[in-house]
Design a protein around this ligand. Sequence first.
Ligand code: F6R
Length: 606
Amino acid sequence: MCGIIGYAGTRNAVPVITEGLKKLEYRGYDSAGIAVFGENGFEVVKQKGRLSALEERLKGNAISGNVGIGHTRWATHGEPSDVNSHPHVGSQSKIAVVHNGTIENYRRLKERLEQKGVRFASQTDSEVIAQLAEYYYDGNLMDTVVKVSGALEGSYALGIMCLDEPDSLVAVKKDNSLIVGVSEHGNFIASDVPAVLKHTNKVCYLNDKEIAVLTKDGVSFFNFDKEPLPKEIETVSWSFDSAEKGGYPHFMLKEIMEQPRVLKDTVRSVLSGGGNKSVIDNLDISGFDKIVITACGSAYNAGVVARYVFERLCRMSVEVELASEFRYKDAIIGDKTLVVLVSQSGETADTIAAMREAKSKGAATLSIINVVGSTISKEADYCLFTAAGPEIAVATTKAFSAQLVLLYALAVRFAVKLGKLPPEKEIALMAELETLPEKAKIILGHTDFIQKYASECVVYKSIFFIGRNIDYAIALEGSLKLKEISYIHSEAYAGGELKHGTISLIEEDTLVVAISNCGRLFGKIMSNAEQVMSRGAKVLLIGCCPEADSASYGGKLSYIGLPEISELFSPSLSVVVLQLFSYYVAANKGLDIDKPRNLAKSVTVE
Ligand code: F6R
């Protein structure tokens, strides 16, 4: 979590850095800060609260300089406060640091420095980096960075400035993302590409234990032996506009509305030539006897949906594991296991650890990732990229939809290779995948009822989501989406499971959202719906249910119909309604939808 940015160039670094921080705020938003080299040394402004609070402070505090660093924080060590905000400056006011990551041995380092008389100002783990750098500094910042890195345990992406070297900025990383951007007016470091897109789309992805030294004139790269490293500057396809709200009140709504385009591009990426198609074509599934999908949060939910699709089409048993559990369970996997890692950011700490655990046991790893250059995309044996573009809202929508589509395509192709699906059926399924963008567009073109219905749901204290089989899988995502942005308590259940305990929670004015796209199970889910309605609940039925007769339930049942689609791909349409529902409930509550409390988008800590 946390976002860092640095700039060395010809422009005033302050607006460049604050603009960039806006694009990183999704990584943490409990405090923000900036440091530049001013006429009298470091000028540091840092402030508890949102970036807007820092901007207010900066209005009355006209600092400027051509080299600077900035930070937006998601607190791990030490409460959100002005003093715990970054940048941290050592007690000799010689070194300033911004840090994304966690320093696991910071207590030990802090104690040692305190014994030598160093006085700490904050409760953070990050301050130890600035203090240690001052302790080691002997006239060369790069040497110092190598020494400091050798002493740190944990994860870090660092931007470091030194008073004695005011024209440069040094960056280094281990286990946290860091990109370098080069532009005509100066050079950047940042946690993620959108932070620099306003200035450049020429970037380079720093690897662990690589150092970047930035000045206004260029960037040099070194290893820890201080040998120069040749690094390639790549041109990214993401545009500046793709990371802007484009007239929508929230990024989340914009990203929901972008889904037809995202679905189309992602489907196309597996059908026509290109990276994804060749990865899938070259993967020999017959060498594996087991697939394990592992991920966190929504990406895990995509895995739960995919399990139904893989098992149905490939007739192969598939396990789905939370990455935070998988990494510690001593999984029974080996060289005949394909471990599939699903992650928008490619930087989620638990998913990275799951990948490394799988590799250490000899399993093959295939990742499904949105952010090019991210840790998982680089370390996994194979990688498929979702064509979602930058996703800024903390709650994922379009990246989730793109993950689903890649997982479907993978299942279809694997089924053919395993001889479980005749070629004509493959053609039919792929053709159906191509209809998804148009069908999603139909839903997005008719949001009036969802908006109105959602506006009436702000009163509920609890909303349950139920479904059977693949509808249950997507119910998990509906429930997560609702609770994370609306703060309404919610749980998802397999419809048949309600009567084994949960039904005791159903009372007057509880809402149950029932999803039904499995025609063969319509009667079953309707009997679950009747069970909860007879105990006072209201039901919102979502699906393709020609037999639905909402009028006969005396106002207790409402129905949102979906375009017709095969059961296996139906989660891609259900989820669009579920996302809109959550969005409009949260919007009606007036909440900060793009930055829900306590959350951050890229969960780079355990
Ligand atoms: C929920 C959400 C999270 C992420 C999870 C994994 O809306 O966005 O649950 O899905 O933190 O993140 P990635 O996909 O980056 O690994």
